[in-house]
Design a protein around this ligand. Structure first.
Ligand code: GTP
Ligand code: MG
Length: 349
């Protein structure tokens, strides 16, 4: 099946002047951003960064050359005071790591080869998704209460731990819980069924409870520091929009809410890309009272979520434990529905 990337406008708007690309070494093929080795450098090695600036950067959470190389000019200007200087420092950091602004389509193709898939553990769902949950992308599960969004998130936190031959990425998961619905007991059940030691499976999930939207954004910022060292390959945000909706009610707050939500989604997309991790978010549906024909429900978060999320899957309840999944909003995916079941063992065919 043809896979496509929805436009990542969310990131590109904040990165107009600093194209984020990876370099290619002719002898070894594509060097993905994951493979860029910044371990032998420190911030002071960047041209134009002295002791004082380095300290300012560290205090603001930019601890590695890579953090600086992929920062947006605006973000960095907030730390060091001037946009002009921020731009220079970002370019110098990129140069230090051998990142160049342009690449050939072949190089881009090679870079795409680094994309990996996490099996959902359910063949029908994997097929619907074209192989599973993709890294370097945001996959959104939308649906009413009880549709199975949280259950899928739990399952994926286990699946990502499996070795590649069993559909995983032999990595850890970061679970950002905004609603307090994460259940370790459920992880243990699913892990057991998948042949993992339940306690080990729990150890490989890093949990963070987000108490409000600012906190949610802060957790993702902090996450940057541990993704590599902990080998995190999946980030779950359950749910993406709930705090934003609660904190910014009504039309008068809509613009502010959407702007902040956009910032959050950009942040997630950028992390997905830079660290080659999969990001999975859940989203609620809201009723559209003025719709008389067609679906009276729509995903929360409006255009910002619609544009920011790479793949969108709608979940519906069927009879008893049957659930129906469908990719929507994607001209490149078939208008196909698949079913799966929620059981004691997790999500199954
Ligand atoms: P909201 O967060 O409320 O919007 O819903 P959600 O889409 O996250 O729903 P969730 O994933 O929590 O799905 C809940 C459904 O999973 C319920 O219908 C439960 O019956 C089912 N479920 C949860 N745990 C188990 C279990 O251990 N066994 C079985 N058979 N079903 C379970
Ligand atoms: Mg839920």
């Amino acid at each position: 099946m043809t896979r496509r990337r929805r436009s990542s406008t969310a990131t590109s708007t904040t990165e107009t002047s600093t194209a984020v690309t990876a370099t290619i070494r002719p002898t070894t093929g594509a060097v993905t951003i994951m493979e860029i080795d910044d371990s032998k450098y420190q911030l002071e090695d960047i041209d134009g960064v002295g002791k004082v600036t380095a300290q300012k950067l560290r205090d603001a959470g930019y601890t590695t050359v890579r953090d600086v190389a992929f920062a947006s000019v605006r973000e960095l200007a907030e730390v060091i005071g001037s946009e002009e200087r921020a731009k220079t420092i970002i370019l110098n950091a990129q140069r230090l790591l051998g990142i160049k602004p342009f690449m050939t389509a072949l190089e881009y193709y090679q870079r795409r080869q680094a994309v990996r898939y996490i099996s959902t553990g359910c063949r029908a769902l994997d097929e619907l998704l074209g192989g599973g949950i993709e890294t370097r992308a945001i996959t959104e599960f939308v649906g009413e209460f009880g549709a199975g969004k949280t259950q899928i998130c739990h399952q994926l936190c286990v699946m990502v731990q499996l070795p590649p031959e069993k559909g995983g990425l032999a990595g850890k998961a970061l679970y950002i819980d905004t609603e307090g619905t994460f259940r370790p007991e459920r992880i243990m059940q699913i892990a057991k069924y998948r042949g993992l030691d339940p306690e080990e499976a729990l150890k490989n999930i890093i949990y963070a409870r987000a108490y409000n939207s600012d906190h949610q954004i802060m957790i993702v910022d902090e996450a940057k520091k541990i993704i590599r060292q902990e080998n995190i390959r999946l980030i779950v945000v359950d749910s993406l929009v709930a705090h934003f909706r609660a904190e910014y009610p009504g039309r008068e707050n809509l613009a502010a809410r959407q702007q902040k939500l956009n910032q959050h989604i950009s942040q997630l997309l950028k992390i997905a890309d830079i660290y080659n991790v999969a990001v999975v978010v859940t989203n609620q549906v809201i009723a559209q009272p003025d719709v008389f024909f067609g679906n009276p429900l729509k995903p929360a978060g409006g255009n910002v979520v619609a544009h920011g999320c790479t793949y969108r899957i709608w979940l519906r309840k069927g009879k008893e434990n049957i659930r129906i999944a469908k990719v929507f909003d994607s001209p490149y995916h078939p208008e196909k529905e698949v079913t799966f079941r929620i059981t004691e063992e997790g999500i199954v065919d």
